[in-house]
Design a protein around this ligand. Structure first.
Ligand SMILES: NC(=O)C1=CN([C@@H]2O[C@H](COP(=O)(O)OP(=O)(O)OC[C@H]3O[C@@H](n4cnc5c(N)ncnc54)[C@H](O)[C@@H]3O)[C@@H](O)[C@H]2O)[C@@H](O)CC1
Ligand SMILES: Nc1ncnc2c1ncn2[C@@H]1O[C@H](COP(=O)(O)OP(=O)(O)O)[C@@H](O)[C@H]1O
Ligand SMILES: [K+]
Length: 504
């Protein structure tokens, strides 16, 4: 699913109006019907409704919804904010239609002072102040109203987007001046800001309402952001040939683990094997020999000369993909060996965890990374790697996009909706996965899976796409059976076979 920006959404609205064709006011009527249906599905007519409508088309939607709810017997009080004595054409038309319908309990148009109505926990607030047309943080009377709504105990449903929240960049927004919705009914598609962790407190439950905007525009228009869908993945899963043998299914090497962190090596190795690869080699410190042999008998061990940590780069001539980083530690010898390893490895590489931290401590080496390398930082690792903290998830995402372009690397910024940043500037979000996966070792399994897929012969970009989707899918299957609370990283490996079956 493409995630268009607010400017593109505006273009998409215009394109639909012109090409369908449909008048702007009829398109608003269509949106309002979908919104009304969704509200009525959640709340019955005995809940008193207070509607706050703004001067633009978001307000127009709110006024049309008010008329429709009133026709269905809801008790509605409407406040229309027209402080600049200017309403959009569609908003003005809907004001007229609302007044003419003469079904609502009270209608107040605010041009100067506003005396807010009492809001109790039994009220439903419909927030139609501002939508995708917001162009600066809310201030003055609007910010006072937003704070009033937020401190009330009323249920809040936001039309299209919580008022005050920008569709993309909220880095410099004033966060107290954004409506905190219980339910957001967004039109046509999720907005980029809705995919980012730091905006979740405003959105509440999110529903996307299809208002049938032009499919032609949607399929033809290039878009920098998209959310991966099941079909994107299914079509990319490589078949296994009947006559394949372990020599033709690829060899993966994992450089992982140190004294006290053998588990990271175990988890990444098991996940790698479960990704369908022919052979998995593990290079790990001597201390981990017994643990690894017992925990993962399918893997071939290569012991480092050091007892406790990785210290020497190894030959990768016979290897199809390398995964490096889980549980490595950050000894100086390890740092030198990691850099040497990255320089001499000719096959595709996944860099994770401590290997990322090592790069972060030696940022000059970043320039020497081979093009096409895959980096899988979580947000903190990314901030270290980039060298600056980010003030918002949007800012971090933009930095990751920039770094992908500069390094010509694939960067998976991990989290809920992990973002795969491609060297050409596009971003693909992963929709699978759940909060049960917020547990130590989850990332190690992702590294193993992607390394395995690379060795299996997946192109780097597809190994990232399929890897993160499968990883989250396995997490979702595990959560269905076991719940989220007790989920551990080993469960992800356990459910990987089922994830493959369902996606193949
Ligand atoms: N045909 C269409 O364009 C459709 C639009 N729809 C609705 O229209 C909305 C977008 O409507 P608009 O583009 O009119 O924009 P909005 O209704 O979001 O707001 C635009 C108005 O707010 C003002 N404004 C922006 N930031 C402000 C701030 N910080 N403080 C005070 N005023 C501010 C602008 O100058 C403009 O007058 C969508 O979110 C959606 O709800 C839907 O009805 C679907 C169809
Ligand atoms: N709330 C969540 N929703 C979806 N996926 C999640 C969530 N929390 C964590 N994950 C996934 O789990 C993995 C965690 O990785 P990471 O933080 O590196 O863990 P570790 O270093 O402990 O192995 C990532 O792939 C991330 O996308
Ligand atoms: K809104």
């Amino acid at each position: 699913m493409k995630i268009f920006t607010s400017a593109q959404i505006h273009e998409l609205d215009k394109y639909t109006i012109e090409k369908e064709p449909i008048s702007s006011i009829d398109l608003m009527e269509r949106a309002a019907k979908a919104l009304t249906r969704a509200i009525e599905a959640e709340w019955s007519a005995d809940i008193p409704v207070v509607v706050f409508a703004g001067p633009g088309n978001n307000g127009g939607d709110a006024l049309a919804v008010s008329r429709m709810l009133a026709a269905d017997g809801y008790q509605i009080a409407v406040y229309l904010f027209n402080v600049h004595n200017h309403l959009s054409e569609e908003c003005a038309t809907n004001k007229q239609r609302l007044i003419e319908a003469n079904k609502i309990k009270a209608f107040t148009e605010i041009t100067m002072n506003f005396d807010p109505p009492e809001l109790s926990k039994d009220n439903l607030v419909i927030d139609g102040l501002f939508g995708s047309g917001l162009n600066k943080p809310l201030s003055g009377g609007f910010s006072a109203l937003v704070r009033y709504i937020n401190q009330s105990s009323a249920k809040v449903v936001s039309i299209d987007i919580p008022s005050g929240l920008m569709c993309e960049d909220n880095t410099y927004n004033i966060r107290q001046n954004i409506v905190k919705a219980d339910l957001t009914l967004t039109l046509q598609q999720k907005k980029l800001s809705m995919l980012l962790a730091d905006n979740q407190c405003y959105i509440g439950q999110l529903k996307v309402l299809d208002i049938h905007l032009s499919q032609e525009y949607i399929s033809q228009k290039d878009c920098e952001y998209k959310v991966l869908e099941e079909n994107d993945i299914k079509s990319r899963i490589l078949p296994r040939k009947d006559f394949s043998h372990k020599g033709t299914m690829g060899s993966a090497l994992l450089i992982a683990g140190s004294y006290g962190m053998a588990g990271a090596a175990v988890l990444s190795t098991k996940a790698c094997l479960r990704a369908g690869v022919g052979k998995v080699y593990v290079h790990t410190p001597r201390r981990n020999y017994n643990i690894m042999q017992i925990a993962v008998p399918e893997a071939v061990m290569q012991m480092d000369r050091e007892e406790n940590y990785f210290s020497e780069a190894v030959d990768t001539h016979d290897i199809d993909a390398l995964g490096i980083g889980p549980g490595l530690g950050q000894q100086e010898d390890t740092a030198i060996a990691v850099i040497a390893q990255l320089r001499r490895t000719g096959c595709p590489i996944v860099v994770d965890a401590d290997a990322i931290n090592i790069l972060a401590n030696h940022r000059a080496w970043l320039q020497q990374l081979p093009a096409g390398i895959i980096l899988t930082p979580h947000p903190k690792e990314f901030d270290r790697l980039y060298g600056t903290m980010s003030n918002s998830c949007y800012e971090r995402l933009e930095k990751a996009r920039k770094l992908s372009k500069v390094l010509q690397a694939y960067i998976i910024l991990k989290g809920h909706y992990s973002a795969l940043c491609l060297p050409d500037g596009h971003v693909e979000f992963n929709p699978t996965g759940n909060s049960g996966m917020a547990t130590a070792g989850s990332g190690d399994t992702l590294t193993g899976i992607i390394t395995g897929l690379l060795a299996r012969g997946y192109k780097s970009v597809d190994a990232c796409r399929v890897g993160m989707y499968l990883h989250g899918y396995a997490g979702d299957l595990a959560a269905q059976e076991l719940g989220k609370e007790s989920l551990i990283a080993s469960d992800l490996i356990q459910y990987l076979p089922q994830a493959f079956i369902e996606l193949s």
